[in-house]
Design a protein around this ligand. Structure first.
Ligand SMILES: *[C@@H]1O[C@H](CO)[C@@H](O)[C@H](O)[C@H]1NC(C)=O
Ligand SMILES: *[C@@H]1O[C@H](CO)[C@@H](O)[C@H](O)[C@H]1NC(C)=O
Ligand SMILES: *[C@@H]1O[C@H](CO)[C@@H](O)[C@H](O)[C@H]1NC(C)=O
Ligand SMILES: *[C@@H]1O[C@H](CO)[C@@H](O)[C@H](O)[C@H]1NC(C)=O
Ligand SMILES: *[C@@H]1O[C@H](CO)[C@@H](O)[C@H](O)[C@H]1NC(C)=O
Ligand SMILES: *[C@@H]1O[C@H](CO)[C@@H](O)[C@H](O)[C@H]1NC(C)=O
Ligand SMILES: *[C@@H]1O[C@H](CO)[C@@H](O)[C@H](O)[C@H]1NC(C)=O
Ligand SMILES: *[C@@H]1O[C@H](CO)[C@@H](O)[C@H](O)[C@H]1NC(C)=O
Length: 912
């Protein structure tokens, strides 16, 4: 339920409006307004009544001041705790009618309105609260007051005069009391953003049947957990209904869409299903939001005739069929249909959407060409057609002539983007902030980019651009570019002999998978994430990188760097979270790290020629998850001093000069998170570490259902703010006799490889506790004794290699229980007796394979409205979809562990 919030704090420079119905001025409804405006119109102030004055003062007494100046959940609602400062016995000469937020009846002087929105004040509340003595109240707004998880007091039922009640984001909890059904004068009720409130008994149906004058109802986050079967159909007053993320499920009755006065319907983030009905032409619907549900079938053709409709967001459903034909005169400003299964062409009638500002059709199965009519849509701010099967030539210059366009995303279609060669002929398009042309059949850098001075995001990855990056390209948005992705082309380097690249605000540079030669191109000080792996870069790693004080990710793997790892990299670990230098030609020792403030989570130095011992100061990197020193010439003993790091999941020391016995802890358990350990091809000796095997708790479970990849979750900039991005950990490991490369590592993949050492003695009993293991390799040691029958406990084993030891006795029958076993090697021992009926090799676990295929990392970034030159609202989501819909919200993914430093965040404004 809270899955979007953790990211929203990153949008500090964007004004956020989270409830779409209020995000566009054109769709907001007029409601009974409360408070001070009417005071201004009535100069002779009514006189406050004594009993009500003391009730107000008593109410104020109950509050404590908030700790933060913003509301929690990162909603960026600035609190105004001083609102009650004028509430003093002598304030306004004792006339409470002129206190802030208080409205009195002109004749009687009774308090009829209280607007205390957004004070953030804390208090628990119950029915004895003096608030309920204000029985003449008609409007009451306490939104963003913190009631410390109090239930809604039953005395609310005494305020029968209420027409407007707003208790949004009040930290209320429990069942909504039945007394609320007595407030039959209510025309607006907002109980949204109270995630601990429930509406079950009474039910939503009871509420709607009682409050027959209700025009506006918002229950976002309130736990309703029911179907809409009991939804009354005769709600003639209702004009705005928001039931976002309420745990609703089942079929939606078609009549809900066609309530006579309905203007705003928001059912986002539920599990509702069904088909959308045809709409009557007289429908007054202005905003329709059904994001992240299970709606299927075709879009009704009549939707194209709804002339009042302004916003339509049906993202993340299973809608099929064509995009409807839009009639001339439609008012739509926002049309979002991404992540559905729509087919057919982009209809030329999209050209009738003269008001459209944001058009998002990504992740569908759309075919055909981009209709030329799109270039008539002069209000268009954001256009995203990515991940479809659109084809044909796209004249980029023409789209860039849309003078309001800020975001243009055409990634991954079958499009061929072309540009005019004479850029002086193209009109200056100033506002574009984001241009994504990944996989658009580009053969060279389009010169028209030089015109796009405001560009902050540029993705030209997966094209066919070859040769050197021309000198002029470094002048593209020199002052503004933050994100540049040139990966997966055939680039050989940057032309010119610059000491550093020129982009002043570049924070994310991706040059992976090109043919870059020569020294490493050096970005300026702003860089945060730099990927240059899979190239042919050579020379030394410049120590100048150490002056890049914001850098968090440095990935230079799979190049031909020589020399040493600069000594100053030790200091860089204060900011550096990921350092990947594997598959280069680096030699000498590993730099010393400072004794504290190490941020490293991932260090991969695999396959170099590094020597010497491991720096003991690594033990101070308390957040380490992944360490790979494999395939070097490191000489040391087993690093048991890393055992206190509670997050370490992967430890690879393969093929080095490690030696000695594995010293185990005497009392406390160490390496509690370890799930992959590869010590193969070293000179370890002594007994197998029985105590460790007992301690490695994370190898006891195999939680296939959770299946996520291990790696970093981080933020990448988009023109609308930062979206979560992932960095998957990579490794090679021997699996079933073959060296295998893992571009991603599933979090339930568990491996012990101790092969090719000098371990001796028997296989310890505690091995049986490692029931999550997939691969176990003890081969090529000097182990003796029998093959223990308890190995039959390791039910998840896919490969068991005990070959080339001194094991004796029989092969235990219990091993035939290992149904996933595909590889079993006990050759080169002194075994005797019968061979048990060999375990039948099973096909690789089908479920896992499906998961790999269907795991899609998705993101959506949407402009909800566009006013006065700024994007005024953005909703960002990110999720992993697996075949199990219940894991869709895989919550651990929503906690980005770090984000772009505040200093580097910029406001992206349009030129409009
Ligand atoms: C209501 O709250 C007040 C103030 O917190 C407290 O003194 C009183 O005991 C509470 N009454 C009930 C019935 O809980
Ligand atoms: C609410 O109304 C009931 C019955 O009308 C009355 O007994 C009770 O005292 C009222 N409560 C308050 C707080 O005024
Ligand atoms: C309730 O108050 C909040 C905060 O001012 C506001 O955003 C919301 O629109 C209000 N709800 C209604 C229904 O007016
Ligand atoms: C759209 O409206 C026109 C006239 O207003 C009508 O002729 C046509 O049948 C309508 N189309 C749909 C699909 O409702
Ligand atoms: C480029 O376009 C401009 C403006 O249309 C024109 O004046 C100029 O001659 C063109 N240059 C070339 C080389 O075609
Ligand atoms: C790597 O660099 C070394 C020395 O500079 C050179 O001999 C070798 O050919 C290079 N390897 C590749 C694959 O470019
Ligand atoms: C690391 O930082 C410390 C303190 O800023 C400095 O004294 C030291 O010289 C630095 N070490 C290297 C190798 O840059
Ligand atoms: C470890 O395995 C042994 C033998 O199977 C068993 O007796 C013991 O309870 C297991 N310990 C844990 C902590 O599972």
């Amino acid at each position: 339920m809270e899955r979007y919030w953790p990211h929203l704090f990153m949008f500090s420079n964007l004004l956020l409006t989270l409830l779409p119905s209020s995000s566009s001025s054109s769709s907001s409804l007029s409601i009974a307004s409360s408070g001070s405006s009417s005071l201004l119109q009535q100069p002779p102030q009514p006189k406050c009544r004594e009993d009500e004055r003391s009730a107000l003062l008593e109410f104020k007494q109950s509050f404590r001041y908030p700790i933060d100046s913003y509301y929690s959940y990162g909603l960026e609602v600035k609190l105004e705790p001083w609102k009650l400062d004028s509430w003093k016995p002598d304030g306004g000469h004792g006339n409470c009618c002129i206190w802030d937020g208080v409205e009195c009846d002109a004749k009687s002087g009774h308090v009829i309105g209280l607007d205390l929105c957004c004070t953030g004040l804390h208090a628990s509340i119950n029915s004895s609260s003096s608030l309920f003595r204000l029985v003449h109240l008609r409007t009451l707004n306490l939104a963003y007051t913190n009631f410390d998880q109090s239930p809604i007091p039953f005395a609310i039922g005494n305020l029968t005069g209420l027409t407007y009640l707003n208790l949004s984001a009040c930290e209320l909890s429990g069942q909504i009391p039945k007394w609320i059904l007595g407030l039959t004068n209510l025309s607006s009720l907002d109980l949204s953003l109270n995630s601990k409130l429930e509406l079950m008994r009474p039910s939503l149906g009871d509420l709607l049947r009682s409050l027959t004058n209700l025009e506006e109802l918002d229950l976002t986050w309130v736990n309703i957990s029911s179907s809409l079967i009991d939804f009354p159909t005769n709600l003639s007053s209702l004009s705005s209904l928001t039931l976002r993320d309420c745990g609703l499920h089942g079929h939606v009755p078609g009549s809900l869409f066609t309530l006579p006065n309905l203007q705003v319907l928001n059912l986002d983030d539920n599990s509702l299903s069904g088909h959308m009905p045809e709409f009557h032409w007289s429908s007054r619907l202005k905003s329709l939001f059904l994001v992240e549900n299970d709606f299927s079938g075709e879009l009704p053709a009549s939707i194209g005739n709804l002339t009042q409709l302004i916003e339509l967001d049906l993202s993340f459903n299973r809608l099929q069929g064509p995009i409807p034909i839009f009639a001339d005169g439609t008012q739509l400003t926002t049309l979002f249909l991404p992540f559905n299964q729509l087919t057919g062409c982009l209809p030329s009638s999209l050209g009738n959407l003269f008001q459209i500002q944001s058009l998002q059709l990504s992740y569908n199965h759309l075919t055909g060409q981009i209709p030329p009519q799109l270039s008539n849509l002069s209000h268009l701010v954001s256009l995203d057609l990515s991940f479809n099967m659109l084809s044909g030539l796209v004249q980029l210059d023409t789209l860039l002539e849309l003078s309001n366009l800020m975001v243009l995303v055409l990634d991954f279609n079958n499009l061929s983007v072309i540009t005019k060669s004479n850029i002086t002929a193209s009109r200056h398009s100033t506002g574009l902030a984001q241009l994504n042309l990944a996989s658009c059949n580009l053969h060279s850098f389009p010169r028209v980019l030089l015109k796009l001075e405001k560009l902050s995001i540029l993705d030209l990855s997966s094209n066919k651009i070859h040769g050197e990056v021309p000198m002029w390209f470094q002048d593209v948005a020199r002052e503004n570019l933050m994100y540049l992705n040139l990966s997966c082309n055939s680039l050989t380097g940057f032309s010119g002999n610059l000491a550093a690249l020129r982009w002043k605000k570049l924070i994310h540079l991706d040059l992976r998978f090109n043919m870059m030669r020569g020294p490493l191109p050096l970005p300026l000080e702003s860089i945060v994430m730099y990927h240059a792996s899979n190239n042919r870069l050579s020379g030394v790693i410049p120590s100048l990188l150490c002056s890049r004080r914001f850098i968090q990710v440095l990935n230079l793997a799979k190049n031909n760097f020589t020399g040493v790892i600069p000594e100053c990299f030790g200091n860089l670990t204060k900011t550096l979270s990921i350092l990947s230098l594997h598959n280069n030609n680096l030699h000498s020792g590993i730099p010393r790290l400072p004794d504290k403030n190490c941020s490293l989570r991932m260090l991969d130095l695999n396959n170099n020629q590094l020597e010497g011992p491991l720096p003991r100061s690594l033990a101070s990197c308390a957040a380490l998850e992944f360490l790979n020193f494999g395939d070097n010439a490191i000489e040391d003993t087993f690093p048991s001093w890393l055992g206190a790091i509670t997050t370490l999941m992967v430890l690879i020391l393969r093929s080095n000069r490690f030696h000695g016995a594995m010293v185990e802890p005497t009392d406390n358990c160490e390496f509690p998170a370890l799930q992959i350990i590869d010590l193969s091809r070293n000179n370890f000796k002594g007994r197998l570490p029985a105590k460790y095997f007992q301690c490695w708790k994370s190898m006891r479970v195999s939680n296939v259902e959770e299946g996520e990849y291990i790696g970093e979750y981080m933020d990448s900039p988009t023109a609308l703010g930062y979206v979560p991005d992932t960095y998957d950990y990579y490794m090679t490991i021997m699996n079933k006799g073959m060296e295998m490369e893992y571009a991603k590592i599933l979090d339930y993949f568990q491996v012990i490889d101790f092969s090719s050492n000098n371990f001796s003695g028997e296989i310890p009993m505690s091995t049986a506790n490692l029931t999550g293991l997939r691969l176990l390799n003890f081969s090529n040691n000097i182990l003796s004794g029998p093959i223990p029958s308890f190995l039959g406990n390791l039910m998840n084993l896919e490969a068991l290699d005990l070959s080339k030891n001194r094991l004796s006795g029989e092969i235990p029958q219990q091993l035939t229980q290992l149904t996933f076993l595909e590889f079993f090697n006990v050759s080169g021992n002194n075994l005797s007796g019968l061979i048990p009926q060999a375990p039948t090799p099973s096909t690789p676990n089908q479920k896992e394979r499906d998961r790999d295929a269907s795991t899609i990392i998705e993101w959506k970034a949407v402009v909800m409205g566009y006013v006065g030159g700024f994007v005024i609202a953005a909703v960002i989501g990110h999720k992993i979809i697996t075949e199990n819909p219940d894991t869709r919200s895989a919550s651990s993914l929503f906690h980005a562990r770090w984000s772009i430093p505040k200093e580097l965040q910029v406001t992206i404004s349009s030129a409009a």
